[in-house]
Write a new protein. Structure first.
Length: 319
């Protein structure tokens, strides 16, 4: 028995010491984690762009999951707290993140630096092109600036400026170098898109979509927006019978037979249009407002834009 007690007495200090070292290590880990700069981004498209710019210089947390709808996604209490503890918040603005903007404003009011990328990218008003479209919609700013890669180039440079100004502890040269490399990739994307759309015949350069999301792309690459099934900039709206009549008249007038829809909704859209037009409609799915998971076709902004451009150029030429 005495041997057993002696063993216990010998082990106890060792256990105490191990526990102390474990706690110390945990405390050190927490401290270093707290010291690491944090950037929170609302949408996954801007999240990908921001990560390209920041690299390993700070932690980047993206609130919107892959394949989510930016108009309707919401935040958990943990995510809302992330916003208020960030060094910098990057968000789209222009009314896009409809359920998140109040949390962004709360973070801003608490002293967190916040940057609205869409508001800094020379926003357009909605370009409906649809006969009978609501006038109030046409006067609203269009939040979908990312469909023009040149505007993304401007936003990316401004995000780099915001990171350097507001995120303590980052290496400015590393951030600027990252931003410069990404700017070159965006310039290559623009040149490739120009070449792709130039191959589309002039009489087929007309877009019909499930809702108004490609106005910037049309403006930049010389396409015409004929209309949308939902004549609105948000997926939260629903098409009325008069909306559908206006759209079918526009389609018949221009002889467009290819309609582009978000990849999450092509079946529903195809059914609606085929009922209205007797089945003579080709619906092409696109990734319009959200990235996918990695390896699923649009895991990055650059991958999304190339996939969409290929699908659009092919669909317009064939249709």
């Amino acid at each position: 028995m005495s041997v057993h007690l002696g063993a216990v007495r010998l082990r106890a200090p060792l256990v105490t010491l191990a526990g102390f070292l474990l706690l110390a290590g945990t405390a050190t880990g927490c401290a270093s984690g707290d010291d690491r700069p944090a950037v929170v981004v609302t949408t996954n498209i801007l999240g990908d762009i921001t990560r390209e710019i920041i690299g390993d210089e700070a932690d980047v947390s993206v609130l919107m999951k892959p394949n989510a709808d930016p108009h309707s996604f919401g935040l958990s209490a943990v995510q809302a707290a992330e916003l208020e503890n960030a060094d910098l918040v990057v968000y789209n603005g222009l009314g896009l993140e409809e359920n998140v903007l109040r949390h962004v404003e709360a973070a801003r009011e608490s002293g967190v630096a916040a940057f609205a990328a869409g508001e800094a990218a020379d926003p357009l008003t909605f370009h409906t092109g649809q006969e009978g479209g609501p006038e109030e919609e046409a006067r609203k700013p269009d939040p979908h600036f990312w469909t023009d890669p040149d505007r993304v180039r401007k936003a990316a440079r401004l995000i780099a400026d915001q990171v350097v100004e507001h995120v303590d502890g980052v290496d400015e040269k590393a951030v600027r170098d990252n931003a410069g490399r990404y700017d070159g990739r965006l310039a290559d994307l623009t040149a490739w898109m120009e070449k792709s759309f130039a191959a589309v015949p002039e009489d087929r350069r007309a877009l019909v979509t499930n809702h108004h999301v490609f106005g910037y792309l049309a403006d930049r690459f010389g396409l015409r927006v004929i209309g949308a099934v939902i004549p609105s900039g948000t997926t939260l709206a629903s098409p009325s019978s008069s909306d559908l009549r206006s759209l079918t008249r526009a389609i018949e007038k221009t002889q467009v037979r290819t309609v582009f829809a978000d990849s999450s909704q092509p079946t529903r859209l195809a059914e609606v249009l085929r009922q209205e037009m007797g089945g003579d409609v080709n619906v092409v799915p696109l990734h319009s407002e959200s990235l996918t998971e990695k390896g699923k076709g649009a895991g990055t902004y650059l991958e999304m834009m190339r996939a969409n451009t290929s699908a659009m150029a092919e669909g317009l030429t064939a249709g």
